[in-house]
Design a protein around this ligand. Structure first.
Ligand SMILES: N=c1c2ncn([C@@H]3O[C@H](COP(=O)(O)OP(=O)(O)OP(=O)(O)O)[C@@H](O)[C@H]3O)c2ncn1[C@@H]1O[C@H](COP(=O)(O)O)[C@@H](O)[C@H]1O
Length: 105
């Protein structure tokens, strides 16, 4: 499944019955709850990364991506805009970008 397809499913859940869908249930609790869940999943992924458990990290990383998309949907941020921002950054090295920022007035 691509991120685009998963995001489309999540957007469709904004108007779905919360009793039939975990995503609809989470979205119905508002952006703050969605952000909290994203934070919890990120911490679970950090723990597996530090432990060096690749299989567990793979599962947690999937949870992080799913909950990131739910948080974006809850905040009315389009995945397309996030991907466009990544594309804009594609030819700029992180080091060069950081140096340019530290020189800015
Ligand atoms: N990718 C996911 C996905 N990843 C995780 N989850 C759910 O997220 C929930 C996380 O809740 P919890 O924090 O309680 O789970 P946990 O972290 O294991 O809990 P603890 O044991 O740590 O307390 C679980 O119910 C998972 O099933 C997901 N739910 C849905 N999707 C996708 O979203 C689609 C739509 O799902 P529904 O909206 O439920 O139809 C699905 O077809 C999937 O493609």
């Amino acid at each position: 499944m691509t991120l685009d397809a998963l995001f489309a499913t999540i957007l469709a859940r904004k108007t779905a019955d919360p009793t039939s869908s975990w995503t609809a249930q989470l979205l119905s609790k508002g952006p703050e709850k969605c952000a909290e869940k994203f934070g919890e999943e990120a911490i679970e992924a950090i723990i597996e990364a530090v432990k060096g458990d690749s299989d567990a990290l793979t599962g947690e990383a999937a949870d992080v991506l799913y909950h990131l998309l739910v948080m974006l949907a809850a905040c009315d941020v389009d995945l397309k805009d996030v991907l466009a921002e990544l594309e804009r950054r594609q030819n700029t090295s992180g080091i060069a970008e950081k140096q340019a920022r530290s020189k800015a007035p």
